[in-house]
Design a protein around this ligand. Structure first.
Ligand code: NAD
Length: 257
């Protein structure tokens, strides 16, 4: 399928899942706007490399997704937004009673409220274009919970609810809104935790991955950023035109348990 002529904005896309999704959208022919809150030479270099690799236009736009005004300014600066992937996210792990309030606020702002602000500005552009796709990167934690992740679980359940509401508000238009719910994905962030876990548990890499990190993932394999990107491309395809207001789990069976 070709997404040529479409512009995709992917929040939080200078690493991990966002970068992987952006690559797959570019591979399918979409022009891409990359984003994070930094403004380093290497951020802009990612855009050049992606444009060269896939032969599409790619820009990097700095915007802090913890700030309402910058979320809205990102979409305005993009100028067009046919495909919006709300991916930016952070995590903090602590029991409720000692969970730092500023971490709660940051997680709700970046993982949940940013999607409200970007969507609010993108929807009129999609209506003008007569077509749109909103893909929210939620989590298995949008459907189930784990202890010590109260803010993250609340934000991810929240984005699943927001997804359904936007889908209903756009149901009679050529616009869809869905959430992808990944289980554990092998990103640089997750990869970096493996040596520490090996040391902490006195296990080899395979055992720590299988028994500790993927304890709740029945497939005992990480999902990959390419698989998530492929799922996002599918949601942008004609075959997915009647898929809206739902979640697609890419979690190796986690939520079937
Ligand atoms: P990551 O840390 O590699 O990527 C997070 C991205 O968000 C980065 O590009 C970072 O720069 C950006 N970001 C953080 N704060 C920001 C801010 N204030 N403004 C703009 N950008 C900001 O992590 P990831 O694993 O790729 O996570 C991406 C998304 O996928 C998150 O929403 C996360 O909750 C979700 N997710 C990840 C996993 C996993 O196992 N890795 C599983 C389920 C869901």
């Amino acid at each position: 399928m070709s997404l040529a002529g479409k512009t995709a904005v992917v929040t939080g896309s200078n690493s991990g899942i966002g970068l992987g999704v952006a690559h797959e959208l570019a591979r399918a022919g979409a022009d891409v706007v990359l984003n994070s809150f930094t403004d380093r030479a290497e951020d802009h270099a990612l855009a050049v490399e992606m444009a060269t690799r896939h032969g599409v236009n790619v820009r990097y736009i700095k915007a802090d997704m913890s700030r309402a005004d910058e979320c809205r300014a990102l979409i305005e600066a993009a100028g067009a937004c046919d495909i919006l992937v709300n991916n930016a996210g952070i995590q903090h792990v602590a029991p409720v009673e000692s969970f730092p309030p500023e971490k709660w606020d940051a997680i709700i702002a970046i993982n949940l409220s940013s999607a409200f602000h970007t969507t609010a500005v993108a929807l009129p552009m999609m209506r003008q274009a007569g077509w749109g796709r909103i893909v929210n990167i939620a989590s298995a934690h949008g459907l189930t919970a784990s202890p010590y992740k109260s803010a993250y679980v609340a934000a991810k359940h929240g984005i699943v609810g927001f997804t359904k509401t936007v889908a209903l508000e756009t149901a009679e238009e050529a616009i869809t809104c869905n959430a992808i719910c990944p289980g554990y994905v092998l990103t640089p962030l997750v990869e970096a935790q493996i040596p520490d876990q090996m040391a902490a548990h006195g296990m080899d890499r395979d055992t720590v991955v299988r028994e500790v990190m993927l304890a709740r993932q029945p497939s005992k394999e990480f999902a990959t950023v390419e698989q998530l990107g492929g799922t996002a491309v599918f949601l942008c395809s004609a075959a997915a035109a009647q898929i809206t207001g739902t979640t697609i789990s890419v979690d190796g069976g986690w939520t079937a348990l």
